[in-house]
Design a binder for this molecule. Structure first.
Ligand code: FAD
Length: 432
């Protein structure tokens, strides 16, 4: 008899809730992972950096497991097929996994849970990727918060020492199932090739984070943690990180709470996937000009700060938060292009892509989100540049031609675009 720890967005072997509970239960544990074709088949870029990242992380985990006489078991296909395969290969008594709040994952886990329990295998799930989830932070009337500031206050009021306590998996590694290494499918076998190999480090740079509140808004500086991808795939523990964050810088801790806030919103309001959080914003009649969208994607709008951001994204898979706000506002307000187009573009490109945070960020910029900027707030790219890139260092790096004659003319004039946005938004919202 064995049990499984089914890894998903929790790719680490210590301080991992599901793994801890599986190991503690005493039945030998096989860590398993599915390269899910429901997800992979939708990726157009066969050099997807995130697939490379996951593959690399799994290889490292495999090395650690081999040292302990154990092995990962990795399946390429659908989760349904994976469990049919595995339950014929092993005598699986129980499967342990961590909660995932995305609609696809919820439906997947329900289906797999049914499939397993029908065959007598129990399915146990735990909170791991956030500190407080689902209904743990609610208003006095039992309803979920939709505004960040009171949410974060209640979040702090709810937090106890217990929530940040690590799960000491390392104490129980002799409960790992012993077997020779099971071969990991190569990227090539899955139809992918190796993308970018240089990923941000998962070590938190304490000296930098101490000054996070002063540096985080300036895209020319290395002023943020770059931990997005590690939080996305669980290669760092949010509990350990939050402990450090609270000691180093309150503003940094607050950003981690924004992450929890959007996960909570996605859990309670799954309609935000594909729809405006505030339904009346779905009445906006977007211009959706494809040529302009193409210029935005390529970083050819004629607004240097917007173009710098889009080029940084296209080349590196990263964009600074300040510039994410500017480029998203530009697409939705200046160009009146549906935020869902921008959301999908970011989803395809961002190394740290996370459905909850990306959707939250886009709806914030478009004005349709739960705690969004009011619709009449239209970022002025020139003023944003003066405030946050006044020496033009970031712009010069990504748009070196911006002062020359060869630089493209603005796709639309700011004042014209601002007026147009107010009219179109105003009309839609008055009607609602
Ligand atoms: P740091 O500033 O060092 O912050 C640390 C961590 O806190 C981040 O890695 C992230 O996990 C979390 N965090 C910080 N800010 C936010 C925020 N506003 N909302 C939620 N979590 C936050 N973040 C993503 O993780 N994935 C996305 O797909 C994503 N898409 C975005 C789209 C738009 C339009 C906008 C405006 C923001 C988006 N963000 C997203 C939030 C934010 O821009 C990134 O988390 C941040 O830039 C990542 O860089 P970092 O790791 O250096 O962050």
């Amino acid at each position: 008899k064995v049990s499984f720890c089914w890894l998903r967005r929790d790719l680490r072997l210590d301080d991992q809730a599901a793994l801890y509970y599986a190991l503690r239960a005493g039945i030998p544990v096989v860590p398993v992972f599915v390269f899910d074709t429901h997800i992979l088949d939708d990726l157009e870029d066969k050099q997807d950096r995130r697939v490379t990242f996951i593959h690399e992380v799994l290889e490292e985990m495999q090395q650690q497991l081999i040292k302990k006489g154990s092995s990962l078991d990795i399946y390429y296909g659908t989760p349904e097929a994976a469990f049919i395969h595995w339950t014929s290969k092993y005598n699986v008594a129980a499967v342990y996994a961590n909660h995932d709040y995305e609609p696809y994952a919820r439906q997947r886990d329900e289906a797999i849970g049914r499939q397993l329990t029908a065959k007598g295998t129990s399915f146990h799930t735990y909170k791991d990727q956030v500190i407080l989830e689902k209904n743990e932070v609610l208003k006095d009337n039992g309803q979920p918060y939709t505004i960040f500031t009171p949410y974060s206050k209640r979040w702090y009021d709810t937090l106890t020492f217990f929530h940040l306590k690590p799960y000491p998996c390392n104490k129980y590694t002799d409960h790992l199932y012993q077997q020779p290494p099971v071969k990991i499918p190569s990227l090539k076998e899955m139809g992918f090739t190796t993308g970018e190999k240089h990923f941000p480090s998962k070590a938190l740079q304490a000296a930098l984070i101490k000054h996070y509140d002063e540096t985080r808004d300036f895209p020319a500086l290395d002023g943020t943690s770059r931990l997005g991808i590690h939080l996305r795939f669980g290669t760092v523990s949010i509990r350990a990180l939050m402990q450090q964050a609270m000691q180093l810088n309150a503003t940094f801790a607050k950003e981690l709470i924004w992450r929890e806030f959007y996960q909570m919103i996605l859990w309670h309001f799954p309609h935000v996937v594909g729809n405006a959080f505030k339904r009346e914003y779905d009445k906006i009649i977007w211009r959706n000009n494809e040529e302009e969208f193409e210029r935005w994607c390529k970083g050819q709008t004629g607004y240097p700060i917007v173009d710098a951001g889009m080029r940084e994204l296209n080349v590196t898979g990263y964009m600074h938060n300040r510039v994410r706000m500017i480029t998203a506002s530009f697409l939705t307000k200046h160009l009146l292009i549906d935020w869902r187009w921008g959301e999908a573009y970011f989803a395809a490109k961002l190394l740290d892509y996370d459905l909850a945070a990306n959707n939250g960020g886009w709806q914030w910029a478009a004005g349709s989100g739960c705690d969004a900027a009011p619709y009449f707030r239209v970022f002025n790219p020139t003023l944003q540049t003066q405030k946050f890139d006044k020496d033009l260092k970031y712009i010069r790096k990504w748009v070196p031609e911006f002062e020359g004659v060869e630089y493209v003319k603005p796709v639309v004039l700011h004042e014209v675009a601002r007026k147009r946005a107010l009219e179109v938004y105003g009309k839609a919202l008055r009607k609602a």
